[in-house]
Design a protein around this ligand. Structure first.
Ligand code: FES
Ligand code: MG
Length: 599
């Protein structure tokens, strides 16, 4: 210690990395470092260990999160990679979100997790951070927080679960949860079967095994250049997953040395690639909201990409991946067929190969270094450009007077394609409770040509934009064999669901000026996916008049819902005051790079 430069008070301290970053907390830089070392040494570290790049590992294990059940093993493997490469690995916790155990919705808590992630990365003396996530909202939250914190970050997903099997039939959460439950309600599956199936739908640790939101975000994160090519699809319980974790630890040490931050690595082209992949995999509509939130965290790119960009890319991009819910197979099949390595090679003519990746190579260099030859099985799961599953535009953006700021539909998941061009009278439900009360009422005035409209499930409305957009078919119609109808809402839909469903209508109905908010029973609605149009056949004057009346009523009520919302306490109060609309990412206005100022 006598020769330790840290104690030479005549010399200024080198700052900026590891324990030496942000040294001013105690006024005197030398004392500040001295104190930090006092406390970190309580954990048993030596001077030698502390003089290495310090790599944080975000631990999102929770006993209520089966999608993250393998996190402890992944941490061990990341640590091995870090320490074999000369770094010091330190893990720390952030909150963990599971879809089924996050009331009112996991989306409501996504922004909270992003704040936790951002602030803990910023606060602690770390040179780079491996962010372990997986379940639907966790990867978006970590990307949002990591980009805002702008220290070197390396996402690592937990990986998909294995498919289950029941009486010779493969099963996977959660597309098959929905199918089988519908069969049970229809009486084609008995109570013993449904009970047995319940044990098999999620048979291992890991994220949902179809192309739901978690798998979509894993593929998108790889396309952004953040993860090794096989990192999106290696099963959670596989040894391949552990090797990817080790590789991520190794990469973290060199990314720390290069100080490669996410804001520096990401370009507009990285996001164009991610959106191309989103369209080609028939990804979840939720990814549109998440990607907008992620893009708008980037000071250079915020505003450069809009919903229109998703639509323009969709027109050029065929759906190539044959996975549920758009196709038939599971994530393990995608992995065995070559995963993102195979897909990115197939998509090469549509990609920006000059985009940078986390290791400092361009995407083109990464693909050149990792060749891929198709084989019969791979071309069934990852179709060639010449034989797509769906020709183009699996995700479509619509607008019109009913959705002036846009809305989204997953055309590839429509069950009755005729509905992609349809007009009919509205049957309006004010909120989820109203829907539950009346949808199966035998006296409900509804036909198969009606347009089901659900209000009140937008970002503010519920709050947290629940996945309630897949409005059930009224029972009296499903009994007649109607399996799809045109359905419109300001909410979201699970990435594992399907139907002709228009989502994310903006502005949402909770906003006094919303056109969705003034739709009435019997109003004529026109949806034309080919023309990208969603229209309410009511005159501009009548719409304006209804909005004036609605606002006057809110005013008169004095304590209208709107005002109550603005006054609520706690995180819910913050959420309802600050959440922006779906086309902006449903982020908090003060967290975006275009919001009110940098912290
Ligand atoms: Fe976690 Fe589906 S519930 S990924
Ligand atoms: Mg989901």
């Amino acid at each position: 210690p006598a020769e330790n430069p840290d104690y030479d008070l005549t010399q200024p301290l080198a700052t900026g990395t590891g324990l030496r970053s942000g040294l001013t907390s105690y006024g005197d830089a030398h004392f500040s470092l001295f104190l930090r070392k006092v406390f970190i040494k309580a954990l048993g570290y030596s001077e030698s260990a502390l003089n290495r790049p310090i790599i944080g590992i975000i631990n999102t294990y929770s006993a209520l999160n089966p999608c993250h059940a393998n996190v402890p093993q992944l941490i061990e493997a990341v640590k091995r990679g870090v320490q074999l490469s000369g770094g010091l690995a330190v893990e720390f916790p952030t909150i963990s979100l599971h879809e089924s155990f996050s009331s009112p919705t996991s989306m409501f808590l996504r922004n909270l997790m992003s704040m936790d992630t951002e602030e803990m990365i910023k606060a602690q003396p770390l040179d780079a951070v491996v962010m372990i996530g997986g379940c639907d909202k966790t990867v978006p939250a970590q990307l949002m927080g990591g980009i805002s914190a702008n220290k070197p970050v390396l996402p690592l997903v937990t990986g998909p679960m294995m498919p289950g099997s029941y009486r010779g039939q493969r099963l996977g959460a959660c597309t098959d949860c929905r199918n089988n439950w519908a069969a049970f309600r229809a009486g084609t599956l008995d109570v013993e079967d449904i009970g047995n199936l319940n044990e098999e739908l999620a048979p291992t640790a890991g994220t949902c095994g179809v192309m739901g939101t978690a798998s979509t975000m894993a593929c998108v994160t790889t396309a952004l250049g953040f993860m090794p090519l096989r990192g999106a699809s290696a099963p959670a319980v596989s040894s391949a997953r552990l090797r990817i974790a080790e590789e991520t630890g190794t990469n973290a040490v060199s990314v720390a040395a290069a100080k490669r931050t996410p804001q520096e690595m990401l370009s507009k082209e990285s996001f164009l690639n991610a959106i191309t992949v989103l369209q080609a995999i028939g990804g979840s509509t939720n990814a549109v909201v998440h990607l907008m939130a992620i893009i708008n965290r980037h000071p250079r790119l915020a505003g450069e990409i809009t919903l229109k960009t998703f639509d323009e890319i969709g027109r050029k991009t065929p759906l190539l991946i044959d996975l549920k819910p758009s196709g038939d197979n599971y994530m393990t099949d995608f992995h065995n067929a070559g995963g993102m390595l195979g897909l990115l090679h197939t998509l090469e003519p549509l990609l920006h190969l000059e985009a940078m990746t986390i290791t400092g190579q361009t995407l083109g260099e990464v693909l050149d270094a990792n060749p891929f030859r198709t084989f019969p099985f791979s071309s069934q799961i990852i179709r060639p450009l010449t034989n797509p599953l769906y020709p183009a535009s699996s995700l479509v953006v619509l607008s019109g007077n009913l959705a002036p700021n846009g809305c989204v539909t997953k055309a590839s998941a429509s069950k009755d394609r005729r509905l992609l061009s349809h007009s009919g009278p509205a049957v309006v439900f004010k909120n989820s409770a109203d829907l539950a009360l009346r949808i199966d009422d035998p006296n409900l005035a509804v036909t198969k040509d009606s347009v089901l409209v659900l209000q009140g499930i937008g970002p503010i409305g519920n709050p947290g934009m629940p996945e309630a957009g897949m409005i059930p078919i009224p029972r009296k119609l499903s009994a007649q064999g109607v399996s799809d109808m045109l359905r419109i809402s300001d909410g979201r839909m699970s990435g594992t669901a399907g139907g002709t469903i228009v989502l994310h209508v903006s502005p949402e109905s909770a906003i006094p000026e919303s056109v969705l908010g003034i739709v009435r029973d019997g109003d004529w609605i026109v949806c034309d996916v080919e023309k990208r149009e969603l229209r309410l056949e009511v005159s501009d004057e009548e719409i304006a008049q209804r909005i004036v009346e609605r606002k006057a009523k809110l005013e008169k009520d004095g304590d209208g819902v709107w005002k109550q919302r603005k006054a609520r306490r706690g995180y819910r109060g913050l959420y309802e005051r600050c959440v922006n609309q779906a086309q902006e990412g449903a982020d908090f206005d003060f967290l975006t790079a275009v919001g009110p100022g940098e912290a």
